[in-house]
Design a protein around this ligand. Structure first.
Ligand SMILES: [Zn+2]
Length: 159
């Protein structure tokens, strides 16, 4: 079961239980209590589903905002290429080594491998807020980083 499914179930059943209990306690005679139990349960379940949708919608909105807020690519190390000058493929056909490198980056939890117009290779590291340059032999070198929620690229001293 995913976290989302667990949340939906918890909120829905929590709502049903709370609603049913409130409905049950709202009347003094038995028919009133049974009716309260049923109506309260239905209302509580509906409220739980509504609360889940609001929560999920909020999380989704927050996620896309953070994605949007993250800075684009920095100026390349030769100073010639700006944000829009990067591509996912270099000028030449990807070699076997390029493919292996890409797979290694995925395994090691990095982001995208990109090339600037000069032909230099870089890899994004959104989790650690870094942008690294990649040598021909596949070794990684610190290049730029940004602060949490920061939009400016700063020199990366590799600390
Ligand atoms: Zn460049």
């Amino acid at each position: 079961m995913t976290l989302i499914e667990i949340t939906v179930l918890l909120f829905t059943f929590g709502g049903i239980l709370l609603g049913a209990q409130a409905g049950f306690n709202s009347a003094d005679d038995l028919p009133g209590r049974v009716l309260g139990l049923l109506l309260g349960g239905v209302a509580g379940g509906g409220g739980g589903i509504l609360a889940t949708s609001l929560l999920m919608g909020g999380l989704l909105a927050l996620g896309s905002f953070l994605e949007w807020w993250r800075p684009d690519y920095p100026r390349c190390r030769q100073g010639r290429c700006g944000t829009g000058a990067y591509s996912y493929r270099g000028s030449k056909e990807p070699t076997e080594a390029d493919r292996h490198f890409q797979e290694r980056m995925l395994r090691e939890d990095f982001g995208l491998v990109v090339y600037c117009n000069c032909g230099d290779r870089y890899v994004t590291d959104p989790r650690r807020r870094r942008f690294l340059r990649v040598e021909a032999d596949g070794s990684l070198h610190p290049f730029r980083r940004h602060r949490p929620l920061g939009r400016a690229w700063l020199p990366d001293e590799g600390a």
